[in-house]
Ligand binder design. Structure first.
Ligand SMILES: Cc1cc2nc3c(=O)[nH]c(=O)nc-3n(C[C@H](O)[C@H](O)[C@H](O)COP(=O)(O)OP(=O)(O)OC[C@H]3O[C@@H](n4cnc5c(N)ncnc54)[C@H](O)[C@@H]3O)c2cc1C
Length: 494
């Protein structure tokens, strides 16, 4: 059992997005303790991670952060979803929207375990015709942020959008807020930790000789996993069916990229490129497989794409995978330290938020004395979230492209992966169901709903008309007739 009832010192190591998000939660959870954030000046933050999922908005509400101030301080703009280009054999594009009116309303009608909306709407169409309230902003290529913000506020669509922002400015802004709320902030490089046999870390030793006592450590040291990797029981499992492992980050003006309310995900020869427009510029990056192309070739491909010379200030090597025990003794790994899949679908910051929400719930519900079985449950749930995201993301690469070895290898890795194989096989017989998003009794923290599964798989051509037809035909005809009245009345209100 981990007893945090009398915790006096909580130490967060790392001053990236994960470190500062953690600081808000720890201040709330341990109001009487000293909460310290330590940041190394010799290790920079990852400097990318500028597109979020919908759950970021709730953070602003939970910690009373004014959204207008957030927009001003972080150059944030609105993200309505992800626009996919060139992911399919026939090069057609599709959008994964965060919100769709029609599907949300129709999803209340469930038959045979499936939400009836999808088969009815998706039937006979190469992709899901959108009834997103946001479609008009995309069609009109709206670049007036205030117009979108007003629309969101007038229609109370609070949970239906994410943000594009400047990662460095978010870290700076959150740091300023955390210090104001009472965080103790110190710079220094953590060199060593002192471990007690059962409890975990008892003190942190900095390079300059300072020592900090601690009851709880939050490891936010990014992919270095500087603390968690030193604790007995540490294990990192790779998702080596995924091939992209290197990213080149760069910034371009809107005049070159255009401005969009979608993250643009453009499939290239050996991976894909993100374009994330903030208020003032676009953060871009090419995520590619280093087994299939060199950094030089990747740079050339990008320069050819834009037809101009480009500077690449950021280069990162990463490994897709996750810790099996991110909560180990009194060390909790959050953010990149706990795991990372790849940037597609922007799962990382979203997962960080889910993990922190779960940790806070666990601590408070346990009365600050946490039995090991709850810690084991949390670990399983967290690992499942990473592993499910890795499979869902791999499925995005199965749109039939075979023009380079990279695309062929992604398809063949899926073929050789038992669980991915089973997903593909199941889509040949039936539609995705709620249960598919969870691989065990522990529902993952970050799970994509069946709507996301259906949108992506149908758009990629992995769900045929026949499968949809079969699902509709299996519904009892009198029930279908009854429901059609209900559906018509819902449709008339959209
Ligand atoms: C190519 C790429 C693209 C991405 N795109 C997205 C995206 O679009 N959306 C999304 O949600 N996420 C994305 N991510 C993930 C996202 O960047 C991270 O979730 C987010 O930035 C949080 O990072 P972090 O704080 O965990 O780590 P980092 O930013 O790496 O911060 C680590 C901190 O730890 C400190 N530190 C390290 N070692 C020590 C030590 N020994 N002592 C003291 N301090 C130490 C460093 O100084 C730094 O402050 C992307 C990641 C990559 C690699």
């Amino acid at each position: 059992m981990l007893d945090l009832r009398n915790a006096e010192n909580v130490v967060i190591i790392g001053g990236g997005t994960a470190g500062w998000l953690s600081s808000f939660f720890m201040l709330e959870l341990f109001p009487r303790a000293t909460i310290t954030v330590i940041e190394s000046l010799s290790v920079s933050t990852v400097g990318v991670g500028e597109g979020t999922y919908r759950n970021f908005r709730a953070i602003l509400d939970r910690f009373s952060i004014n959204e207008d101030e957030f927009f001003k301080e972080t150059e944030a703009s609105i993200k309505l979803g992800i626009g996919y280009r060139n992911w399919k054999k026939d090069s057609s594009d599709y959008i994964h929207f965060f919100h769709d009116h029609l599907l949300t309303k129709l999803s209340k009608i469930k038959v045979n375990g499936i939400e009836l909306a999808w088969p009815l709407i998706g039937y006979n169409s190469s992709h899901i015709p959108s009834s997103s309230p946001y479609q008009k902003f995309i069609d009109e290529k709206c670049s007036d942020l205030n117009q979108v913000i007003n629309y969101i506020r007038e229609n109370d669509l609070k949970t239906r959008y994410g943000y594009h922002f400047n990662a460095k400015k978010v870290a700076d802004y959150f740091k300023k807020l955390a210090i104001k709320k009472g965080i103790s902030y110190i710079t220094g490089h953590v060199n060593e930790i002192q471990l007690t046999e059962n409890k975990g870390v008892s003190s942190i030793l900095l390079e300059d000789g300072r020592i900090l006592e601690t009851d709880l450590v939050i490891d936010c040291t990014g992919m270095r996993r500087a603390i968690s990797s030193k604790v007995d029981g540490f294990e990192f499992k790779k998702f080596d069916h995924l091939l992209v492992d290197q990213a080149l980050g760069f910034f371009l003006p809107h005049e070159v990229t255009g401005f969009s309310l979608l993250t643009e995900a453009i499939a290239l020869k050996n991976g894909w490129m993100w374009i994330i427009p903030t208020q003032t510029r676009s953060g871009c990056g090419y995520v590619y497989s280093s087994k299939h192309c060199s950094e030089e070739e990747a740079k050339q491909e990008i320069q050819q794409y834009f037809g101009s010379k480009i500077d690449f200030p950021i280069s990162h090597k990463f490994e897709a995978g996750a810790q099996t025990k991110p909560f180990n003794k009194n060390v909790v790994s959050i953010g990149l330290a706990s795991g990372f899949v790849e940037p597609l679908e922007a799962t990382s910051i979203a997962q960080t938020i889910s993990q922190l929400n779960d940790f806070a719930t666990l601590v408070t519900k346990s009365g600050y004395a946490i039995p090991q079985k709850h810690i084991d449950y949390l670990n399983e749930r967290t690992f499942n979230a990473f592993s499910e995201a890795a499979k869902f993301i791999h499925m995005h690469y199965l749109g039939g492209r075979e023009d380079t070895n990279f695309w062929k290898d992604m398809a063949s890795n899926a073929n050789n992966h038992n669980e991915l194989n089973q997903i593909v096989a199941s889509l040949k017989t039936r539609l995705p169901r709620d249960i598919d998003s969870s691989s065990s009794h522990t529902r993952p923290q970050l799970y994509f709903t069946e709507f996301s599964y259906f949108s992506i798989y149908r758009s990629l051509g992995l769900i045929s008309d026949q499968v949809i037809f079969n699902e509709i035909s299996a519904i009892d005809s009198s029930l279908l007739q009854e429901l059609s009245g209900e559906i018509k009345s819902i449709l008339s209100t959209v």
